[in-house]
Design a protein around this ligand. Structure first.
Ligand code: SF4
Length: 313
């Protein structure tokens, strides 16, 4: 737009971006979960996952089309079981890059998304301002018009930001990735717990629940021999009971190069039954996505490695 004054062009370039996500790969799975790998304007890769119907996944029963989106390129939090942290942290996504994942998946899938979970690559609350900016646009009638109760933000346990989110007026849902019911277990697999231990995290959750009108969810990836004992189930039931939280159990998706594995189906069901016996609303996620490497960061990791191999050859 060379007819515009030079200074105005500089300002426009600073304030606006016209990048569009480039679709690199789509992996469909038998149960129709689909995973999308996108290339950003600076060549970094991110992932989004479309889960067409997810009964009782977050909130009400559903014929909803849920998208799980990324908020960062890589992740600095280094949870030991996670593919996203394996190559470290590159950068935060901007609000437009967060929203673009929804638009691009709608374009590809030909259907409107009506449920959003911030649970892909990255720690959403570590990119608080961009995530909140994206949420306001997603929620606005002039934006995507998706109700705040259909937006779930997850966190591995960033206590100050949980409190900050609680003070936001929008009724956004919160999912806390607990993955361990004691400091011992969380310290072993989630370095963030050394900064904010379990009790500090649970009191931030108390604060959140006191300020919002909907239920909090605990995400709990079941990892064989690490966090799947009866004792962990009993303590988890205690924490969930204290907060009237729902528990979403997720059998571990194996990640190439990592030592962890999922417990047997029997163990998973026993764990679930302990929670239910204590009156906790708990679900055990079905196998959706296991066959397409749906654990966050896996597709990106494989593609990055493959592209590096090609460059070396
Ligand atoms: S589980 Fe979440 S917070 Fe932990 S390393 Fe993976 S993306 Fe980061």
């Amino acid at each position: 737009m060379t007819d515009l004054p030079h200074e105005l062009r500089g300002l426009l370039a600073k304030l606006f971006a016209f990048d569009r996500l480039e679709l690199v790969r789509v992996l469909g799975s038998e149960d129709t979960t689909r995973k999308f790998l996108f290339r950003l304007g600076d060549a970094n890769l991110i992932e989004s996952v479309l889960i067409p119907a997810s009964p009782a996944l977050y909130g009400e029963k559903s014929d909803r089309r849920t998208i799980c989106i990324s908020t960062q390129v890589g992740c600095a939090y280094g949870c030991k079981f996670c593919a996203s942290g394996l190559e470290g942290f590159s950068r935060n996504l901007r609000a437009n890059e967060i929203i673009d994942q929804i638009l691009a998946v709608e374009r590809e899938g030909g259907e409107k998304i009506d449920n959003i979970v911030f649970m892909g690559m990255g720690e959403p609350l570590a990119n608080f301002d961009n995530v909140m900016c994206a949420i306001r646009i997603i929620n606005a009638p002039s934006g995507l018009g998706i109700g705040a109760r259909r937006i779930t933000v997850s966190t591995s346990g960033l206590v100050p930001q949980i409190r900050k989110l609680a003070d936001e007026p929008l009724q956004i849902r919160l999912a806390v990735s607990l993955h361990g019911a004691t400091d011992n277990v969380r310290n072993q697999i989630m370095p963030i717990n050394r900064r904010y231990n379990l009790e500090t995290l649970l009191s931030a959750c108390d604060y959140y629940v006191a300020h919002k009108k909907q239920r909090l969810t605990f995400e709990y990836i079941l990892i064989a021999g690490v966090n799947d004992s009866d004792a962990q189930a009993n303590l988890l039931a205690e924490h969930a009971g204290r907060l009237s939280a729902k528990v979403n159990l997720i059998p571990y998706n194996t990640v190439q190069g990592l030592e962890w594995s999922r417990p047997s189906r029997n163990r998973q069901e026993k764990f679930l039954s302990i929670l239910r016996a204590d009156g906790i609303a708990a679900t055990l996620r079905s196998e959706k996505g296991h066959d397409i490497d749906a654990a966050c960061g896996q597709l990106r990791l494989q593609t990055n490695r493959k592209e590096r191999r090609q460059i070396t050859v």
